[in-house]
Design a protein around this ligand. Structure first.
Ligand code: ADP
Length: 491
């Protein structure tokens, strides 16, 4: 409860006791003057009533702290969200006096989760945020704070923007879209000003979603040596994110495909501390996406087959594929979409400007061996287009845990080398990550003396282990090729 209402309670108590005392004196005085004429009991009842009033007033006065506490508890639960909103809005009104130059505007999103096909795990993760925006009291009454910032990590065209819009649509709140680049391609000092303005407007419309696409344009690691425009903009973003409470109703969703280039400060608690990984759609996702875009069309081909043959396509590429195929159907003056339309569209996509990565059978097999080997070593669910590994993540990792993480990073490349009897350049990031851990063990923890020696030893051990289990790796590869995912019960 605010100080204002505390004061009100105090004032009321004083007035109550004062009026009770005055009335009592008046009553006694009247009785004394006219005691001979009092016949009925009403005077005595009145006197008793006033006495009671006085006792209650005194009791309240004595117990006022407890009473205040009781009201405070009730008040916070029901009104914190509204009060925070009110505060933000008042703040926004006063700050808007500062001249606002750019044309940041919210849009109403008409996209819902129904328009986002596949990626059900991503949707599930974000459903909690929708629920929070719809019924904040439920969370606030339990003292639960939701993240202020959610970082969507994934390659282009997998639906990061679409899903952010769907969150806004589901929660029926305004959606503020800004791309990271739009903050930096402007005059000096304007980037930070634009960030400020974005937050002022979002707070004024709260609950609201702020979406920053390609946040790496402003969020790259700061060098600390130069104080350029981008760093000033990033600093302003950090300040703004610290400047509002989790229950303010503003949720910032940002998208990137390169989480490792982001400044650590952005990923710290209280900023983008929730991360949701969106990968290229797997076979099931692709089927759902194709079905969504082909709904109501006359088809003369098997959608399941098309889902299989479009491994490596992003969701956006699938949408374009269907569109191009439909254009071809119209060109043919037909109302039936045929396999031929799809083939022509695929060629256009592969060789045209909008390049889609289509994996041929050999490339797909290499990727399948790479992921199957990773799955075999980590014994975790792994999908064909997964990036990274399932790492051991202890606060105080032991020597063995660190070496295990190196093994998991190296497993994919070594698996391909063992099975294909030749080295392939599949993923250089893995090798870098493995080397980083080894260097950390040498430089910071003095657990080993030579990083290269450690890496080579782990590689040799993996070669022996994986060639010993080649049959098993090949079996997992087949599962991966068929289902594009290996589950834990496949081992
Ligand atoms: P990103 O932000 O990851 O680059 P977008 O959200 O901009 O990707 O996706 C581009 C387009 O691709 C969307 O407008 C939509 O037409 C289509 N799309 C992407 N993901 C999906 C999905 N899961 N379901 C349906 N359509 C999708």
């Amino acid at each position: 409860m605010s100080q204002n209402s505390n004061k009100k309670l105090d004032k009321n108590l004083k007035l109550m006791s004062l009026s009770a005392t005055i009335l009592l004196i008046l009553f006694i005085y009247t009785m004394y003057k006219s005691s001979t004429q009092i016949e009925g009991s009403s005077y005595y009842v009145g006197l008793l009533f006033l006495f009671l009033l006085l006792v209650v007033a005194i009791y309240i006065r004595l117990k006022q702290d407890k009473i205040k506490e009781f009201f405070e508890k009730k008040g916070v639960n029901t009104t914190a969200f509204e009060k925070e909103l009110q505060k933000q809005k008042e703040e926004a009104v006063t700050t808007t006096k500062e001249e606002l130059t750019s044309n940041i505007k919210a849009v109403t999103s008409n996209i819902t989760f129904k328009d986002v096909a596949g990626i059900s795990e991503v949707k599930e993760e974000l459903e909690e945020i929708v629920d929070f925006l719809n019924s904040p009291k439920k969370y606030i009454s339990h003292g639960v704070k939701l993240p202020k910032g959610v970082l969507l990590v994934g390659p282009p065209g997998v639906g990061k923007t679409l899903i952010a819009r769907a969150v806004a649509g589901e929660a029926d709140v305004p959606f503020f879209y800004q791309s990271g680049a739009s903050f930096v391609q402007i005059y000096v000092g304007m980037g930070a000003k634009k960030v400020r303005e974005l937050f002022i407007k979002a707070k004024a419309c709260a609950p609201a979603i702020v979406f920053i696409d390609e946040i790496d344009a402003i969020g790259k690691k700061r060098t600390g040596t130069s104080n350029d425009e981008r760093e000033a903009t990033l600093n302003e973003l950090l300040t703004q994110m610290d400047g509002f409470e989790g229950d303010s109703g503003v949720i910032v969703i940002a998208a990137t495909n390169k989480i490792d280039v982001l400044d650590d400060a952005l990923l710290r608690a209280g900023r983008f501390d929730r991360r949701v990984f969106v990968s290229l759609p797997n076979i099931e996702d692709r089927k759902h996406i194709l079905e969504l875009y082909l709904k109501g069309k006359n088809l003369e081909f098997d959608v399941n087959k098309l889902a299989v043959s479009t491994a490596g396509f992003s969701s956006a590429a699938l949408a374009t594929l269907v569109n191009e195929a439909l254009l071809n159907m119209i060109k043919r003056n037909s109302k039936i979409l045929e396999e031929e339309d799809i083939e022509i569209a695929k060629n256009k996509l592969q060789f045209g400007k909008k390049q889609a990565k289509i994996l041929d059978e050999k490339q797909k097999e290499i990727l399948a061996i790479y992921q199957a080997s990773k799955a075999f070593v980590s014994k975790h669910k792994t999908a064909l287009f997964d990036e990274g590994i399932s790492k051991l993540d202890s606060t105080y990792p032991s020597y063995h845990e660190l070496v295990e993480n190196i093994r998991r990073y190296l497993a994919g490349n070594i698996g391909v080398e063992v099975i294909k009897k030749e080295q392939y350049a599949v993923n250089s990031e893995d090798l870098k990550e493995a080397m980083n851990i080894a260097l950390n063990m040498v430089d910071n923890y003095k657990m080993v003396t030579d990083a290269n020696e450690l890496i080579n030893r782990v590689k040799n051990e993996l070669r022996a282990e994986l060639s010993h289990n080649a049959i098993q790796i090949n079996r997992l590869k087949e599962i991966m090729l068929k289902n594009e995912v290996i589950f834990e019960n496949d081992f």
